[in-house]
Write a protein that binds this ligand. Structure first.
Ligand code: SAM
Length: 185
């Protein structure tokens, strides 16, 4: 994980999310982003968290329980391209923020990574399900096989859709992580 871009994501999320909001972590992983979202939405808010790995959801659940915020979260063992079938229909058009922290589970199985075949549909649906002025945070890692192509395809999608986007690159290296921060009109 690139700490400074993760910090940048959290700084931006803190500016946007309010108590009582509804949020989605599309890649729960070790649960750090999910936990951060629960702290911003406070007791009156709700967070959904998705991951394809049982291990990731177990680690996330443990972290949430340790911080006594588990009642604010529903976890889903599912690919994030299935948002429409997994989240309650009442969430459509009400989500304040969706976080994607792409790639593989740190300290986990590096062969299980996100990939553009499912990331792109997931991003399209996530944008649709945002409330007006809601945000999509997409943190891309270009240093692992497929990561560079995935980031390029995301860039193309953002251009094609004409979404309002800021791109922040971690450092000068071609393999640097990239953050796409998208705000819905
Ligand atoms: C970089 S980690 C996420 C880090 C996490 N947000 C955190 O704060 O610890 C990426 C996660 O994406 C998950 N993932 C891979 N493909 C996925 C998919 N199609 N749908 C949902 N999650 C997926 C992996 O299992 C992994 O846990």
């Amino acid at each position: 994980m690139n700490v400074s871009l993760v910090q940048e994501v959290h700084r931006r999320l803190a500016d946007v999310i309010e108590a009582g909001d509804l949020c989605l972590d599309a890649t729960a992983g070790n649960g750090l982003d999910t936990l951060f979202l629960t702290q911003l939405v406070e007791e009156s808010g709700t967070v959904h968290a998705m991951d394809v790995q049982e291990d990731a959801l177990r680690i996330t659940a443990d972290l949430l329980a340790l911080n006594e915020v588990q009642l604010r979260v529903t976890t889903h063992l599912s690919c994030h391209s299935k948002i429409e079938t997994v989240l309650p229909p009442s969430a459509k058009g009400r989500i304040r923020a969706v976080t994607f922290n792409l790639g593989y589970l740190p300290k986990g199985d590096k062969s299980i990574t996100t990939s553009e075949e499912t990331t792109l549909p997931a991003i399209r649906i996530a944008y649709e399900w945002l409330v007006r002025r809601g945000v999509l945070s997409i943190l891309c890692y270009r240093g692992h096989p497929g990561g560079k192509r995935e980031e390029e395809e995301i860039r193309k999608l953002i251009q094609e859709q004409g979404w309002k986007n800021e791109t922040i690159v971690g450092n000068d290296s071609e393999e640097s992580p990239v953050l796409h921060w998208i705000e819905k009109d």
